[in-house]
Structure formats: C-alpha cells, structure tokens
Design a protein around this ligand. Structure first.
Ligand code: FES
Length: 68
C-alpha cells in the first residue's frame, strides 16, 4: 500500500512499521499490543521535516484493507 502525505515543517510524525495501526501510515501505538502478544519489537519511525514536504510512503507490512 502506498500513501501520499503532507508533512509540516518542524512537526514530529510517527510512522507505523508494524502494519497494524488503524491510521496508516501513522502509528497509533497498536504495535505495543502486537509486541506483547508476539514477542516482536516493533517501534514507529520518527520523522521531523525541516521544511513542509509532500512524500509518498509505502511498506509491504501495510495491508490494503480496501482490497481485502
Ligand atoms: S502501530 Fe504500527 S508501529 Fe505503531
């Protein structure tokens, strides 16, 4: 799944790496429950852009719920 997002300058964003967030591409801390159940150690990726930017993110861990 691919997501285009706008990031504001100097604002800190947490990006989901586990694929279980309900607000992909952002982390909603669901990884904590997943880590506890599975023994994994997922953590979010933190991004703080210096300038306002539009980026496209993708991860094979993100399920495309619209296709399932
Ligand atoms: S919910 Fe996926 S990394 Fe936090």
């Amino acid at each position: 799944m691919e997501k285009e997002i706008t990031l504001e300058a100097e604002k800190k964003y947490s990006i989901c790496t586990c694929g279980k967030s309900k607000v992909i591409p952002f982390c909603d801390n669901t990884h904590r429950e997943l880590n506890e159940k599975t023994g994994c150690s997922y953590k979010s990726l933190k991004i703080t852009p210096k300038k306002k930017i539009i980026i496209t993110l993708s991860s094979s861990n993100w399920e495309d719920k619209e296709e399932n």
